[in-house]
Design a protein around this ligand. Structure first.
Ligand code: ZN
Ligand code: CO
Length: 338
């Protein structure tokens, strides 16, 4: 599975530019699903139909989702000397940019720089005082490579540190990798399972809005990265790397449906795998909008603990990843009823 993760995290896909990631996923899953379509916004919606149960009971429609997009930058202005100013795509922290590189869809590479004037030693860098240097001496030559509106993502290779995996875009290619692995692992299927790979999560869960409306699930589970509270002086949070997939109770965007939460907890207990309950003070996931689709969809989240989230070196524990695959496979191999 590590080889698959490496290919996914290294693919280029800032929000709105998910084509490369989608092509890769389509290729991986096509032999394992009954149908796969791309909706108007670019979400990849794949259906694995239920095995016939012989009793004529309509299968539960379960949606599992992971987002394909990653954070990045979008060019707002190119100056006379060929430096690019930019706006963030998603939650970008200026401190994570310095010393790092960004790459455009066409392979053009740049490194981040910062204005030097009037920055006090105690001052934090701000995005509007930073720029991307793509090595061009003037505006004219820069315009031959990029234009205003082009998006770039972090450029950083996949690496391993012990049992931990490091990459940009672990949020949420790790979720994509988990769903792909689940599709390949399932031995029986009493549900109609929609594997949805969404676009534009990092800019407001927009792909999940349209795909959930289209799928009309009875129950939905998002798989996404979450923060941890286990590094020096970190904000108190009850999620630790390596202590199992986290089952979301709450984040700033949702209260997980208690029945979905219970379903996940019972499955983890049944398997005897470690799990942790997650209360995140920060940001939402696709499940925020999945749960309020149409007349409401009971929704939950399997979160993968991730240190340094939204940096070029997001870190996850490989055991948490493989345990998340086991957990989701177990949930989906039983008839889902809540
Ligand atoms: Zn995410
Ligand atoms: Co994110």
């Amino acid at each position: 599975m590590k080889e698959l993760i490496a290919r996914l995290v290294e693919a280029y896909g800032p929000s709105g530019n998910e084509e490369q990631v989608r092509a890769l996923i389509q290729d991986e899953i096509k032999a394992h699903v009954d149908e796969a379509r791309v909706d108007a916004l670019g979400n990849l919606v794949a259906l694995l139909k239920s095995d016939p149960d012989g009793q004529g009971k309509p299968p539960t429609r379960v949606m599992v989702a992971a987002h394909m997009d990653e954070i990045g930058i979008i060019v707002t202005h190119i100056d006379e000397k060929g430096f690019l100013r930019f706006a963030p795509i998603g939650g970008l922290t200026p401190l994570t940019l310095l010393g790092n590189r960004a790459v455009f869809a066409n392979g053009v590479m740049g490194t981040f720089g910062m204005e030097k004037r009037e920055i006090l030693p105690t001052e934090k860098p701000k995005l509007d005082r930073m720029f991307l240097d793509i090595g061009t001496p003037d505006k004219e030559s820069a315009l031959k490579l990029v234009s205003v509106g082009d998006a770039a993502a972090f450029s950083r290779g996949f690496a391993q540190a012990g049992n931990r995996l490091l990459a940009k875009a672990m949020d949420d290619r790790i979720g994509c990798a988990i769903l792909i692995q689940v599709v390949k692992t399932l031995k029986k299927n009493p549900n109609d399972i929609y594997f949805v790979f969404t676009v534009q999560e990092e800019v407001g869960c927009r792909g999940a809005v349209t795909s959930t409306y289209g799928v009309q699930p009875d129950l939905a589970i998002a798989v996404d990265a979450t923060d941890t509270g286990d590094t020096p002086e970190s904000r108190p949070m009850n999620v630790t790397l390596g202590k199992g997939p986290a089952i979301k109770v709450k984040d700033a965007g949702m209260l997980a449906h208690p029945a979905v939460r219970r379903l996940l907890v019972e499955a983890a207990k049944g398997l005897g795998i470690p799990y942790q309950l997650e209360v995140l003070e920060g940001g939402p996931t696709d499940a925020m909008v999945m749960q309020t689709s149409r007349e409401g969809v009971p929704s939950g989240v399997v979160s993968i603990p991730c240190r340094y989230v939204h940096s070029p070196s997001e870190m996850v524990d490989y055991d948490d990843v493989t345990n998340a695959v086991k957990l989701l496979t177990k949930v989906l191999e039983d008839r889902v009823a809540i």
